[in-house]
Design a protein around this ligand. Structure first.
Ligand code: SAM
Length: 226
């Protein structure tokens, strides 16, 4: 471990525990404490990899409040790791506030490479991945339509995170804003036993998913405007 670094961001598997890196395991063992979005889930992960360390709760509902105490611990020389429920912290998960605060305080931050749902979904889609925009979750109600309108003319591949309950609604709204012909891809349950990648035009995806009881975690990739 590099003692100059105060904060490590550690990606964790998005489904398949084999995706945990050796470095992630080592750093989680070596830091002074682990900031965790869900201490119960992280506890299970640590147990699986035989990691014994102190867990401190750090999630979207306390991250503002917890910031000062975490920063003061790091300033006193402790080293922390931040993990989220799954994937890379800071990507549709807590992380940004803490990273920014550490940088402002002149502390070194290091993010390990590792699992994140959008990279395999994007690369696997067959849609250009040289230039893309990570949208993440759209707002559920207010601002959803205006955001879709804003995105509709951009010449970049678009990446959405979406709940299975809203997948059909998203596809319908995408068709309303960009038309039925753009190529798209829906990746479901990546790295898990029932991984599924469905590719086609938005119209074809709409026909595939409408009326289905869709379950699991989902990334939607949509071709950019031409
Ligand atoms: N930090 C995570 C990352 O780096 O991808 C994202 C966390 S966000 C709260 C959770 C969303 O990520 C899910 O709703 C889904 O859109 C996407 N996701 C996470 N795991 C996934 C998987 N195994 N397959 C497909 N999408 C996944």
């Amino acid at each position: 471990m590099n003692r100059i670094t105060s904060l490590y961001l550690i990606p964790t598997p998005i489904g398949n525990l084999e995706d945990m890196t050796q470095r992630a395991i080592r750093v989680l063992k070596e830091v002074d404490f682990i900031l965790s979005e869900d201490t119960r889930k992280t506890g299970i992960l640590l147990k699986h990899f035989n990691i014994r360390n102190k867990l401190v709760s750090h999630h979207q509902f306390n991250e503002h409040k917890a910031l000062a105490s975490v920063i003061s611990r790091l300033q006193s020389g402790e080293v922390a790791a931040l993990v989220s429920d799954a994937g890379t912290p800071g990507i549709s998960d807590p992380g940004f506030l803490l990273v920014r605060a550490c940088i402002r305080e002149g502390m070194e931050v290091e993010t390990l490479p590792g699992p994140s749902a959008f990279i395999p979904a994007l690369v696997n889609s067959g849609i250009p991945c040289d230039s893309f925009l990570f949208v993440g979750f759209l707002p559920h109600k207010k601002g959803r339509q205006s955001k879709l309108k804003e995105l509709s003319t951009l010449p970049y591949t678009l990446i959405f995170y979406e709940s299975p309950f809203r997948l059909s609604k998203l596809i319908t709204q995408l068709i309303e804003h960009v038309g039925p012909d753009r190529q798209a891809s829906v990746s479901r349950e990546l790295t898990k036993i029932y991984e599924e990648n469905v590719r086609g035009s938005l119209q074809e995806l709409s026909e595939h998913f409408t009326g289905r009881d869709v379950k699991g975690e989902i990334v939607v990739i949509v071709e950019g405007a031409r």
